[in-house]
Design a protein around this ligand. Structure first.
Ligand code: PEP
Length: 252
């Protein structure tokens, strides 16, 4: 497997001074060369600041969303081509908070993925079940339906995406999927990707949901967990660095 990918999702957090301090601490604490791939997905207004702060570092720049339209009369939207101009390499797409609070459907997510890929941005496609869906044994059906929409709309380009399994009940709750629970779903997603592309084994499938310095090594040690999408812990340099170090040790 390739190097692990550790991506921070800052959500709607940060300020000019906070960002500068956080990136400074990350850069000071990172080994060179980094033993895993690293990205931070930041709020759109900070993309140009982060593009400067990350220059010459092993940390790639990410956005947290991309429009499902390519240009035009869509007030408030930011399209993939604009993100690309700021050096954005990754964008989370279909995060559960976007599905939940902004009504994003599987079809909208699939369009966003298509437009991100067309602009050379790697979408980190988030899938995951709610607690009610898990308790009624719908987990597999839900994540497969979410991923199928993206596969269907993206044909042979599908090998260029990153998938993130993020159980909704584990996001920001401090409640993490057990390594076995996460691996089980990652195995399902890997099989689904294998049916769609011969490249499935080299496609990163990240786990996200209260990953932290204490649980990262065990989660990342699972055979189909190729990295992490980290929310809260990515806002604390020491914690994010510890997760990066855990990922690096597994690659060694
Ligand atoms: C996320 O927002 O993608 C996430 C995984 O958040 P947290 O790590 O805070 O659960």
């Amino acid at each position: 497997m390739n190097q692990k990918l550790i991506a921070g999702n800052w959500k709607m957090n940060g300020s000019l001074s906070f960002n500068q301090a956080l990136v400074g601490a990350l850069r000071a604490g990172l080994q060179s060369p980094a033993a895993c791939r690293i990205a931070v997905c930041v709020p759109a207004p900070y993309l140009s600041q982060l593009a400067e702060l990350l220059k010459g570092s092993p940390i790639d720049l990410g956005a947290q969303d991309v429009s499902s339209h390519d240009a035009g009369a869509y007030t408030g939207e930011v399209c993939a081509a604009m993100l690309r101009e700021f050096g954005v390499r990754y964008a989370t797409v279909g995060h559960s908070e976007r599905r939940q609070y902004h009504g994003e459907t599987d079809a909208v997510v699939a369009d966003k993925v298509r437009l991100a890929l067309a602009s050379g941005i790697t979408p980190i496609v988030c899938v995951g079940e709610t607690l009610a869906q898990r308790e009624s044994e719908q987990t597999e059906a839900v994540v497969k339906r979410q991923l199928a929409a993206v596969i269907h709309a993206n044909g042979h380009c599908i090998s260029e995406i990153v998938v993130a399994y993020e159980p909704v009940w584990a996001i920001g709750t401090g409640r993490t999927a057990t390594p076995a629970q996460a691996q089980q779903v990652h195995g399902v997603l890997r099989a689904q990707l294998k049916a769609a592309t011969e490249q499935a084994d080299r496609m990163p499938i990240l786990y996200g949901g209260s990953m932290n310095a204490a649980n990262a090594a065990e989660l990342l040690g699972q055979p189909d967990i190729d990295g992490g999408l980290i929310g809260g812990a990515s806002l604390k340099a020491a914690d994010f660095l510890a997760i990066i170090a855990a990922a690096g040790r597994l690659a060694a």
